[in-house]
Design a protein around this ligand. Sequence first.
Ligand SMILES: [Fe+2]
Ligand SMILES: [Fe+2]
Length: 126
Amino acid sequence: MQIIEIMEKTFIAESGDVALYLAMSKKAADEGDQETARYLYDVAMDEAHHAADFAILLGKVKDTRSNVSMMLEDEIRSEKERGQAANIALAEGDKEAFQYFEKSMHDEIKHKAGLKVILSKLQEKD
Ligand SMILES: [Fe+2]
Ligand SMILES: [Fe+2]
């Protein structure tokens, strides 16, 4: 049972590393160091694969239709949360945070739309 807890923590740690390495890759690219940017990007993808392996081990991944349904709900929730956060950022005068929350929200809307299309195609097959 202890190993399950460790795997959950590892999944979270690996997922966090994906974001950090990706952010650091973007930073290196902004600084003009494309070689380091590419390496950091590759490490980010390795960490993403590690996280994915633990997601599978932990039973977070079901059949595709269930996965898409679950993530559609998640995107709907994310869209709402990013929108609310954008409003808070705006009210507090944090323009940069506002822009990032707005961008995220628009991406969540795209994800939601894409997942809806996939889900309806999967339902047609039944
Ligand atoms: Fe890792
Ligand atoms: Fe999303």
